[in-house]
Design a protein around this ligand. Sequence first.
Ligand code: OGA
Ligand code: MN
Length: 220
Amino acid sequence: MTAPLPLPGDNRVGCVIDDLVGKGWSWQPGLLPDALLAALREEIHLLDAEAALAPAGIGRDDSFQVDRSVRKTRITWLDGASAAQAAFMTWAEQWRETLNRALMLGLFEFEACYAVYPEGGFYDRHLDSFEGARNRILSMVLYLNKAWHADLGGALVIWPEGAGDADPSAARIVPEGGGVVFMLSETIPHAVEPTAQLRYGIAGWWRVNQAADGLAIPIA
Ligand code: OGA
Ligand code: MN
């Protein structure tokens, strides 16, 4: 798992870029390389079996709360320590460089967590960027399920930028293994419908550099 993982052909990269410019989100089935998908799936199964995943909260620091009426998921943050995670971080870094070059988003650092939705798990409509600090800019969600079909629920519903609660959605995405979603974190509302089966994935976010007094924060 240490070999570099190239991005897919330019056509896929071009699609993601066009989608982000045109509508603020992009769904790419089968984007994750097979070997990486297999390694990440194996690891999330192991972690879940060891019950290493904790109930997910909402908000940050002081406002952090576990509210099961809004979100029912178990998560664990990625630290890049395992071979699978290191390969994933390399792959994500290639996306960061590519998207920065094309879109000048200033994406600086990346954080990601494994997310397991238990049977009946869901996530109500939300934006990924917390109010206040301009932090998360681009979200990436990828699915690690083996065989998934629409009857199992767990669809990701995406609304267009600016859509109200009652407005029609833009897409209902069936979370097929290897598929990847990109979304602008501050503007694209989305939700996860209740799932009928364990639903495995990774959610990741790129942030801009939160400079203070004109000084960039160096990468540790
Ligand atoms: C999230 C999220 C969507 C999904 O973790 O913030 O919206 O399809 N996940 O898992
Ligand atoms: Mn989200």
